[in-house]
Design a protein around this ligand. Sequence first.
Ligand SMILES: NC(=O)c1ccc[n+]([C@@H]2O[C@H](COP(=O)([O-])OP(=O)(O)OC[C@H]3O[C@@H](n4cnc5c(N)ncnc54)[C@H](OP(=O)(O)O)[C@@H]3O)[C@@H](O)[C@H]2O)c1
Length: 328
Amino acid sequence: MTTAKRIQYHRYGGPEVLRLEDFRPARPGPGEVLIRVKAAAANPMDRKIRNGEMKMLTGWKFPRGLGHDFAGVVVAVGDGVTRLGVGDEVLGGTGLKAAGAFAEMVVAEEKAVVTKPPNLSWEEAAAIPVVGLTAFQALVNTGELQAGQAVFIHGCLGGVGRSAAQIALARGASVGGSCRDTAAHDARGLGINPIVDFDFDATKLAKRFDIVLDTAGTLPIGAAQALLKPGGRIIDINPTPAKFARSALPGPYRVLVGKPPWQTSMRSRRLPRRGCCGCRLRAACRSARRSRRSRSLNAHPRAESSSSRPSDHHPSPMRTSRADPAGK
Ligand SMILES: NC(=O)c1ccc[n+]([C@@H]2O[C@H](COP(=O)([O-])OP(=O)(O)OC[C@H]3O[C@@H](n4cnc5c(N)ncnc54)[C@H](OP(=O)(O)O)[C@@H]3O)[C@@H](O)[C@H]2O)c1
């Protein structure tokens, strides 16, 4: 295979470690495709990885490519690839360790690549994967967003924020959000209302939202709780050890680490009727109450924590409080 150019680095560090260099693209292995990159998108995690903030996950093998999101044309396919073929116009993401989308050529797993809708430009297509999946997983999988609900997005004009606003509106929810004063007209243009500044007074919007999505990771927990309707959910996408610990506790707060697309259910699940405490798993609700009674806890699950969200007493398949090494 001939050489190609890519942005790569030989040690973790600041922007000064980046070099535009020749590299030899790997032949696509089983289940992989080789893409000629037309456009790539930058995400905050690219900077965090380059800085070495995620080296426990990304390891010590250098040189490393940079960038995950791309759009381009398939130029070769590995054994077992059936869905994509040479010449297909696609968008997708690389694995966390592999990276390397800021290049002329990149290898990705077939399951992380989809056909590009023809009405999207290369740049538009490349901008979707990480932010679109994260917003979808936050609202639909973790938040179990329903039509008619109200969503508040802290940082509503970032990549994840804009994606989340559009997903929520398309699914029949209303969206409020925070952004800089000077950008309020952009938020209005997306259909966001109400719009507040980053350091807004949450008591003025008390109990108005079913889901609070903190994209910036800066919303004080008290403010997020004040915004919530009873039974609502707070979703934070900026994990720290302290946030993982809080996320493991009963209550409305969950920290989300995005999963790769093949671990994401893209369909909205049809939910069973709500249980007696407003939860969505009636049978599990009853059995949870029974087991609590048998432990001489006479309180209803909701009574144990005034801030507990409906399904806190159930094991939920959508709970995302663990770091997923296969994720981002
Ligand atoms: N957990 C995951 O799987 C996952 C996935 C994707 C991203 N993330 C993380 O989520 C964060 C957002 O990602 P992104 O791609 O949306 O980034 P982004 O495009 O840079 O957007 C960040 C947004 O936050 C706003 N902001 C800045 N300071 C703020 C503050 N004090 N309060 C509220 N908002 C503030 C920014 O506004 P201005 O532009 O006006 O400054 C911008 O709109 C990043 O830290 C990223 O690493 C996590």
